[in-house]
Design a protein around this ligand. Structure first.
Ligand SMILES: Nc1ncnc2c1ncn2[C@@H]1O[C@H](COP(=O)(O)OP(=O)(O)OP(=O)(O)O)[C@@H](O)[C@H]1O
Ligand SMILES: [Mg+2]
Length: 258
């Protein structure tokens, strides 16, 4: 399997805050990678470095062997917080179509027939076609997430990058999103930041644990030692309801690559 993303010795500072310190990570083709870690642990920052939105202070990132800025069309991104205001009077269809625009939003832009075809087939696939004329402010959280996933897919990316796509969704909506992602994973590499430990156990193939340093990247099995180190709190605090496969018994000399 080939590496689609290479992160080498990446360090990022925001003025005096060190968000990432000497982070290394290889992501392989068709990997479904989950990234977990505490608030402020640098997860969103790592995604932004991969996307070329932030330049690291040192180290480098390669996407298919190229700098991120040369590989923009290969990546679809769903940010943690959407930039547009939900009250903005824009329909589901228009939101998805916007993914076809590269760069800003020209005032009198006309979409091509192909743009519409691509948008409609994705809306169909994500089960939002019937909502196509609905204003985005009138969607449920799950419907909005599916709209944003459809929008990110309009560039036909090889890598899909999602920053907490299931935050604040109910169990059923979460499952729906994961089903969609699993199907997409047949064709593309997926990186997903999440605080959802049940997803870690049942959906992702590899797990990265990030708290400024990369503490672990491998099979989705966590030792209590690692969780303690990562979150700085007793395992019980986050282990509540976590399936057994994720949290193994204490295992000295486990998988910690730090
Ligand atoms: N634009 C910015 N300017 C200054 N500091 C920033 C900026 N963005 C993030 N930070 C800081 O960098 C650190 C990492 O932030 P980041 O958003 O990457 O964390 P995160 O792991 O995504 O957290 P969360 O789980 O809360 O989303 C934090 O200490 C944050 O306050
Ligand atoms: Mg974040």
């Amino acid at each position: 399997m080939t590496n689609v993303i290479e992160v080498k010795n990446v360090t990022v500072y925001y003025t005096h805050v060190c968000a990432l310190s000497n982070v290394n990570m290889l992501v392989r083709d068709k990997e479904f990678l989950g990234i977990i870690g505490p608030n402020g642990g640098g997860k969103s920052t790592l995604l932004k470095v991969i996307l070329g939105l932030i330049q690291p202070n040192s180290g480098e990132v390669k996407i298919f062997g190229q700098p991120p800025t040369k590989a923009l069309g290969t990546m679809g991104y769903i940010p943690q917080f959407t930039k547009f205001h939900r009250d903005f009077p824009i329909s589901v269809e228009e939101t998805v179509l916007m993914g076809r625009l590269s760069g800003g939003i020209p005032l009198f832009h006309k979409y091509t027939k192909k743009d519409y075809e691509i948008a409609h087939s994705l809306m169909d696939k994500l089960d939002i076609y019937s909502l196509k004329d609905r204003q985005i402010g009138q969607l449920s959280g799950g419907q909005l997430q599916r709209t944003l996933i459809a929008r990110a897919l309009t560039v036909r990316p090889k890598i899909l990058i999602l920053d907490e796509p299931t935050a604040s969704l109910d169990t059923e909506s979460k499952s729906h999103i994961y089903e969609i992602l699993e199907e997409l994973n047949n064709d593309m590499t997926i990186i997903m930041v999440t605080h959802d430990m049940s997803a870690v156990s049942s959906h992702i193939q590899t797990l990265a644990c990030l708290n400024v340093n990369m503490h672990y990247h491998g099979h989705p099995e966590l030792t209590d030692e690692l969780v303690n180190k990562l979150y700085g709190c007793p395992v019980d605090l986050i282990a509540h309801g976590v399936p057994h496969r994720v949290l193994k018994e204490h295992n000295k000399g486990g998988h910690d690559h730090a």
